[in-house]
Design a binder for this molecule. Structure first.
Ligand SMILES: Nc1ncnc2c1ncn2[C@@H]1O[C@H](COP(=O)(O)OP(=O)(O)OP(=O)(O)O)[C@@H](O)[C@H]1O
Ligand SMILES: Nc1nc2c(ncn2[C@@H]2O[C@H](COP(=O)(O)O)[C@@H](O)[C@H]2O)c(=O)[nH]1
Length: 185
């Protein structure tokens, strides 16, 4: 069973929605809290959804080697704090990173044993619909995210497993089956 689990997929596909349910059902899983230079959305809490930091703080963290991976995505910087992840794994816990493609590739290179899951939308049209209905991003941000989505979806076959998030309950079941599959011989 991999201690480190990466969940990737285009913005708006439903990663956060699926992970909220997953953690509720399996509180023993540790969901890494990322650092970002993005401004908080209404309702987002510093330290819970993200650590919201300035660009200079983020750059200092990169220079000090404090991030396990990081990426420039749609105009903002995002990264995984190294210490919390390493502490949790040392304590025997399984850690989930919800990150985009560039970060997932860095993790694959540095932690080849990590389990890498890619979440796909039923279609690009449905993805756009979800981002727009979420109503959390500017038009400019939506366009950038949809542009990135094409590149990300094209890379889906790099991943250990791809799961289509058509129906939330079914997608969650598939994630659980992947995470808690027991080895047989
Ligand atoms: N299976 C689904 N069917 C319909 N709507 C969904 C489904 N899964 C998620 N959604 C909705 O899609 C929107 C985007 O979901 P969410 O914010 O979880 O995406 P995300 O992948 O975490 O995005 P980001 O990477 O930008 O953080 C939300 O409004 C959510 O309620
Ligand atoms: N490489 C990383 N990507 C991350 C990290 N935390 C979040 N993300 C991804 O960024 C986009 C945009 O997120 P949003 O909250 O602004 O919608 C999304 O794909 C996230 O999965 C991280 O630490 N590293």
């Amino acid at each position: 069973m991999s201690a480190l689990i990466v969940l990737t997929g285009p913005s708006g596909v439903g990663k956060g929605t699926l992970l909220r349910s997953l953690i509720q059902r399996h509180p023993e899983l540790y969901l890494s809290v990322s650092v970002t230079t993005r401004s908080p959305r209404p309702g987002e809490i510093d330290g819970k959804n993200y650590y919201f930091v300035s660009r200079s703080t983020f750059e200092r963290m990169v220079a000090n080697g404090e991030l396990l991976e990081w990426a420039d995505f749609a105009g903002n910087l995002y990264g995984t704090p190294r210490k919390a992840v390493e502490d949790q794994i040392r304590q025997g816990n399984r850690v989930i990173l919800e990150i985009e493609l560039q970060g997932a590739r860095q993790i694959r290179k540095n932690f080849p044993a990590a389990l890498q899951i890619f979440i796909l939308p039923p279609s690009l049209l449905e993805l756009e619909d979800r981002i727009r209905h979420r109503a959390q991003d500017s038009e400019e941000a939506i366009v950038r995210r949809l542009q990135s989505a094409r590149t990300e979806i094209a890379a889906a076959d790099e991943f250990d497993i791809c799961i289509v998030n058509d129906d939330i309950a079914k997608a969650l079941e598939r994630i659980e089956a992947t995470l808690f599959a027991t080895a047989t011989c």
